[in-house]
Design a protein around this ligand. Structure first.
Ligand SMILES: [Fe+2]
Ligand SMILES: [Fe+2]
Length: 480
């Protein structure tokens, strides 16, 4: 977590709230009304503070507000205002408002007139074009308005989000390649470790910036080269959980490397066993059970610096052990699992159960998986950590395909509140006409604050992606 609060973190909500209040008061009262003056004063104080060094861009993307390049963190108390403003922006087709530094010296009556224009624009059929016309006057030169991005265009690499998205995508596939290289000794062991370490740092950064996107990417599953995407997904999920429970950045980097390397030993297990459709024979199981130990041997041979090596061996060794030390490999010298081992185990099982395998063509849905895992809390998983994991993922984790109350299909894209997954942001998937599904609108599934004008929606059930023939990852990768 960041040690120092940034400007958006400190004043972002106050700024949004002040703008909201100003718009709402000018809607009802004349400029000389006391409430209007008060809301204007508050707004200008914040504007003064925030635009002191740079322009302020208030940017709406994928249902979240950003100020500058920073996502506005979720604060429960501010949820009503944030949702109301999302609704306000969306209905008018506004993507961003930029208050230039010169806005600090704008005349009070012009600021109020601007608020009124924003509000009134809804009366026009094309609010944004109407606003464009109105704001051409010189007295509004301190503010700029931009049209809402189509969600598909957001990956053009131009915006801060586009860049982050591209970086996330590249990091993901780079990580897959690195695991493959290390596992098959395609690169010099030293190079492989260095790469993995750098990747781990990037993964930690990306998770800090946009946890939702990184959880979304874990829906990428490669059927043929499963072990590699599995390893990257485990690294991402484990690191997200580590961050959720407040581990330090250094520990998170180690955890990410553990995730990437945890199944290196699988390369030593024959493909016939790994890809076997039916149940394994006793002999095959014995082979399979060797992979954590083979993996540890491989890590030892990696030529990693001593300080790193000791930190990335234990968890991969432990990732098939239960809290009571049953499981495999059987060990007599250990009495309890390390924290990282317990985290890795949870991420590993969740990832495996949600993946399509030869022996399980229809994987469990994420919500089903969590329920299943919860039944094994205490025996297979550390209860406290599993509870945190479920809280972090939400009932319908990001990437879940769901059926909505109105019978439509949706994909869970985000939760506005990272620490209390309550109201998912769902992308409606609509029929292209040929049975194929494409992006529809983004809707909030809200228990408490349904966006005004929209019907209250709920999630009826999770659907296996195969049932509706979609690959959730494609929607996070913007392929669809
Ligand atoms: Fe494993
Ligand atoms: Fe694994």
């Amino acid at each position: 977590m960041s040690d120092k609060q940034s400007i958006p973190e400190r004043f972002g909500h106050d700024f949004l709230r002040a703008l909201y209040h100003m718009i709402n008061t000018v809607r009802i009262y004349q400029d000389n009304n006391q409430l209007v003056r008060k809301s204007l004063r508050t707004f200008r104080t914040l504007l003064d503070l925030m635009a002191a060094e740079d322009d302020i861009s208030l940017f709406l993307w994928r249902g979240r507000f950003y100020i500058g390049e920073q996502k506005l963190p979720y604060v429960r108390d501010a949820a009503t205002v944030v949702n109301a403003m999302i609704d306000f922006f969306s209905k008018r087709g506004i993507g961003s408002i930029i208050f230039l530094q010169s806005s600090r010296t704008a005349l009070p009556e012009d600021v109020l007139a601007f608020s009124r224009l924003l509000d009134d624009s809804i009366k026009d059929g094309d609010p944004l074009s109407w606003l464009d016309q109105q704001l051409r006057e010189e007295k509004y030169s301190w503010v700029q308005l931009f049209r809402k991005h189509d969600d598909d265009e957001a990956s053009d690499g131009e915006s801060a989000d586009g860049k982050r998205y591209e970086k996330a995508r590249q990091t993901y596939f780079h990580a897959v390649e690195t695991v493959k290289e290390v596992a098959n000794k395609l690169s010099q062991s030293m190079v492989g470790v260095r790469k993995a370490r750098r990747l781990a740092q990037t993964i930690v950064d990306l998770i800090r910036e946009d946890t939702s996107l990184m959880i979304g990417l874990t829906t990428i599953k490669d059927f043929d080269d499963y072990t590699y995407t599995h390893s990257v997904n485990v690294a991402l999920l484990a690191t997200c959980l580590g961050r959720y429970i407040g581990l330090s950045d250094v520990s998170l980097e180690h955890l990410a490397v553990c995730g990437l390397f945890h199944d290196l030993g699988k390369v030593g297990v024959s493909k016939d066993i790994l890809l076997k459709e039916g149940a394994l024979t006793d002999g095959e199981w014995e082979q399979m059970k060797k992979h954590p130990l083979i993996g540890v041997r491989k890590i030892l041979m990696l030529n990693a610096p001593q300080s790193l090596r000791s930190r990335i061996i234990i968890a991969p060794f432990e990732h098939h052990l239960n809290p009571d030390m049953t499981g495999y490999p059987r060990t007599l010298f250990m009495v309890r699992l390390s924290l990282m081992g317990k985290i890795l185990r949870i991420a590993d099982v969740y990832e495996a159960l949600t993946a399509e395998r030869v022996y399980r063509p229809m994987p469990f849905t994420p919500d089903e998986t969590l329920r299943k895992m919860w039944l094994a809390a205490g025996t297979n998983f550390d209860t406290v950590l599993l509870k945190s994991f479920i809280k972090m993922m939400g009932i319908y984790p990001i990437g879940s395909v769901v059926e909505l109350g109105d019978g439509s299909i949706g994909l869970v894209m985000d939760y506005p509140n990272e620490f209390e997954r309550g109201m998912p942001l769902v992308l409606r998937l609509v029929d292209k006409g040929n049975g194929d599904l494409k992006r529809g609108e983004l809707v909030y599934i809200s228990d408490e604050i349904p966006a005004s004008g929209s019907d209250r929606l709920n999630i009826v059930r999770g659907i296996p992606p195969g049932e509706v023939h979609i690959n959730p990852a494609e929607f996070f990768l913007h392929v669809k």
